[in-house]
Design a protein around this ligand. Structure first.
Ligand code: BES
Ligand code: ZN
Length: 458
């Protein structure tokens, strides 16, 4: 193992150069014009894996290609692990808020700034470098590895969902490893054993068949914007709980052990509020901020539109109003069951004076892997070793819906070994990745395979 770690240390500057090369592809999956850039990024990572001697295929889909690379020779006597990542990135807009252009990586104060740096190119490239260190030093891996790098994660992984069941044998594994998430700090690394799920929908309220003069008609009919606001207000109570009958029915209770683990993560409420730019924090009564943002279900309004948005005023009763909503779910809530309950509640809240329409959006199941189990314990050891600090356990509020599909089709649990820091700005302007997290993440990735292999064998 020391040869592997020495190799990583000796190649640190090349690792940074390679990350910058990867970050130069504007692989924005949400924007059609970038399809060639997605393919170029896929080609780059595929040839990187092929160069290490892995059996690598670029699988065509009706969307962006999926890269699968397997270590050779495949030894059936050894366990097999799947490393998942995504080469697509979120749109960089608004450009004017970036200090330097999003696809021209800039190194400053020990960070690399670029769209996709933490989410997710830097994190899965760290895993590739770790495997490279094994290969180049002639150190045998104690397991078989399969890399699965897709290009549609940021737009719902559509084609990966059909690819999985069709390629069960190719992707068969004992466990999945994902580094597409965060840690509290470099001195408090933490393994993520749970993710929230999600239900997305759009609600629209239609009133008069055109915008009306608010002086001539106002007061004689329902204002759709007002109706929508009161419907939305009816979805949450004064204690910060979602007022949808049945919403909390399936929520798994947080165990004492989990709450104790979570409480070990240092947290300063004033600093957190300052980081967010809000005067004070709030949320569901009876839970800490970290519990609220990772282990409790929530409802958010993501977008709200009605009436005149241009300069100056326009005195109208708008014809319609609409809102984009997402609910984050926790184990064991079921997206379809929750969605049905939300639809019922929306209909109940809607006055008879307007017409309500609801459009279902994407959904994803919440995820949990037993924190006391052998896989998680092995992951914790690798994380502690890589970061040089005791790794803690945490839940994460974001969603990676594909992990439930891994469980369903591959019958494999997923370990989430994040490398991203809380101020990395994924999905925001000036996204960054800490070079120290990158280095430590590579060490963790190298230490991981012996730990996981031993855990699976025992
Ligand atoms: N990597 C993130 C999700 C994430 C971030 C998980 C931090 C854990 C910690 C991923 O790229 C993402 O943004 N997912 C979306 C999924 C959604 C669109 C279904 C999310 O969580 O909003
Ligand atoms: Zn993302």
């Amino acid at each position: 193992m020391s040869a592997v770690l020495d190799h990583l240390a000796a190649n640190a500057s090349r690792h940074v150069d390679e990350l910058c090369a990867y970050l130069r592809f504007p692989s924005v999956s949400a924007q059609e014009k970038h399809a060639p850039d997605l393919r170029a990024a896929a080609d780059w990572v595929a040839s990187r894996l092929r160069g290490l001697g892995l059996d690598t295929t670029l699988h065509e889909t009706a969307g962006h290609p999926i890269v699968v690379a397997r270590t050779l020779p495949h030894d059936p006597a050894k366990p097999t692990f799947l490393v998942y990542g995504h080469y697509d990135v979120q749109p960089p807009e608004p450009f004017e808020l970036w200090k330097t252009p999003p696809f021209e990586p800039r190194i400053e104060d020990g960070n690399v700034y670029a769209r996709g740096s933490c989410d997710n190119k830097g994190q899965h490239l760290a895993h590739i470098h770790a495997v490279e260190a094994y290969v180049r030093t002639g150190t045998p891996l104690p397991c078989n590895l399969t890399f699965l790098i897709e290009g549609e994660e940021e737009v719902g992984s559509t084609h990966l969902y059909s690819f999985l069941p069709a390629h069960k044998d190719l992707l068969a594994c004992d466990a999945v490893v994902i580094s597409d998430n965060g840690i509290p700090s470099l001195t408090h690394p933490a393994l993520t054993y749970a993710l929230r799920g999600i239900v997305a929908l759009e609600v629209r309220v239609d009133g008069p068949d055109r915008d009306l003069h608010s002086g001539l008609f106002g007061g004689s009919l329902e204002n759709p914007a007002f109706a929508l606001c009161s419907i939305l207000a009816g979805l949450k109570d004064s204690k910060g709980r979602v007022s949808v009958p049945g919403f909390y029915d399936d929520v798994a209770k947080l165990s004492k052990y989990e709450r104790a683990q979570m409480a070990k993560i240092p947290f300063n409420e004033r600093r957190y509020a300052k980081f967010l730019g809000v005067p004070q924090v709030t949320g569901e009564a009876g839970f800490t901020t970290n519990e609220r943002r990772t282990a409790r279900p929530t409802m958010e309004i993501n977008g709200l539109t009605s009436g005149y948005q241009g300069q100056g005023s326009k005195t109208i009763v708008p014809s319609w109003a609409s809102a984009k909503l997402t609910f984050r779910l926790v184990p064991n809530q079921k997206p379809s069951r929750v969605l049905a309950a939300i639809r019922r509640r929306l209909k109940e809240l809607c006055p008879p004076t307007v017409r309500l329409s609801i459009t279902d959006g994407h959904g994803g199941e919440p995820y949990l892997v037993a924190p006391e189990g052998p896989l998680v314990q092995a992951g914790l050891k690798a994380m502690s070793g890589g970061f040089g600090r005791e790794a803690l356990l945490m839940r994460e509020g974001g969603s990676i819906p594909i992990v439930s599909a891994f469980r369903k089709h591959l019958k494999a649990d997923t370990l989430l070994l994040g490398m991203s820091l809380p101020d990395d700005n994924p999905h925001s302007p000036n996204e960054k990745f800490s070079l120290e997290a990158y280095t430590k993440g590579m060490r963790m990735a190298a230490l991981l395979w012996p730990e996981l292999s031993a855990a699976v064998r025992s």
